[in-house]
Design a protein. Structure first.
Ligand code: PMM
Length: 261
């Protein structure tokens, strides 16, 4: 089965990967349409950066950033709303979003009452401090158990479409991220559809940089991001969340080819 490609559309001034580029509403809508033309299956619209160290955004401001963008894009493509605020999620669904992409894994009731899909992502700690000293005894087991518990609770609460996401970079060292990718099957084997978002993240910069203190800059992480997506798709990810949609769609086609027997 071919994995789906979710294109990232951050309507923020400060996201680590594309901060400020699509902050203007018209620029964001134009960028979204570009990603649709490149073959995105879903567009993930977000109005608050969750990069390490980021502070929270006021709910009214978050609504102001995302709602018009969701409304403009929803007739063209499936839209997810990247938020952990119930009010923003509900308003975005009213504007046309059909998935709540929830980095806090706490909005299952909202998704159930709105009758939309829900992505439960794992995060240790909160964005402001999560990268200070992340610790696990067994990162794969702990992430899997957490997501399975949340996913089952969501099904009981009436969510018809549940996705799980290991939350690459959210309270995780590079080694934790690599373990989760290496053992992604542990998540796939739960039977829930798995989403992976590794695109442009800092561990890829560290792995491909010129030295321990010289990580590759965000704009030079395209190849590493594609490699991580191919890795995740090969391991059974049902959807990858990426900035570089066109290349990833091609990769998804290759990985998803039926093999003649
Ligand atoms: N990563 C970011 C934001 N939202 N949502 C999901 N489900 N999974 C992720 O890995 C994820 C996310 C941060 O990346 P960005 O700043 O490039 O949007």
């Amino acid at each position: 089965m071919q994995s789906l490609v979710m294109g990232v559309l951050n309507v923020t001034p400060d996201s680590f990967s594309d901060g400020g580029r699509w902050f203007d509403r018209e620029a964001a809508i134009a960028r979204g349409l570009e990603l649709v033309a490149e073959g995105a299956d879903v567009l993930d619209v977000g109005g608050e950066s969750t990069r390490p160290g980021a502070g929270p955004v006021d709910e009214a401001e978050e609504r102001r950033r995302v709602l018009a963008v969701v409304e403009a894009l929803a007739p063209h493509v499936r839209v997810s709303i990247d938020t952990y605020k119930a009010g923003v999620a509900r308003a975005a669904v009213d504007a046309g979003a059909s998935i709540v992409n929830d980095v806090s894994a706490s909005l299952a009731e909202v998704a159930a009452s709105c009758g939309v899909g829900w992505i439960a992502m794992h995060m240790q700690g909160a964005p402001r401090t999560m990268q200070e000293d992340p610790r696990y005894v067994d990162v794969v087991g702990e992430v899997r158990d957490f997501l399975l518990e949340r996913a089952r609770a969501a099904v009981s609460a009436g969510v018809g479409e549940v996705w799980i996401d290991p939350g690459i970079g959210f309270g995780k060292t590079p080694e934790h991220n690599l373990s989760l990718l290496r053992h992604l099957r542990a998540l796939v084997d739960t039977g829930f559809d798995v989403v992976v978002g590794a695109s442009r993240k800092s561990f890829l910069g560290r792995l491909t940089g010129a030295g321990p203190d010289l990580p590759a800059p965000v704009e030079d992480r395209g190849e590493a991001s594609l490699a991580a997506s191919v890795w995740a798709m090969t391991a059974g990810a049902a959807m990858v969340r990426v900035h570089d949609v066109a290349a990833t769609v091609q990769a998804a086609r290759i990985v998803g080819q039926p093999v003649p027997v």
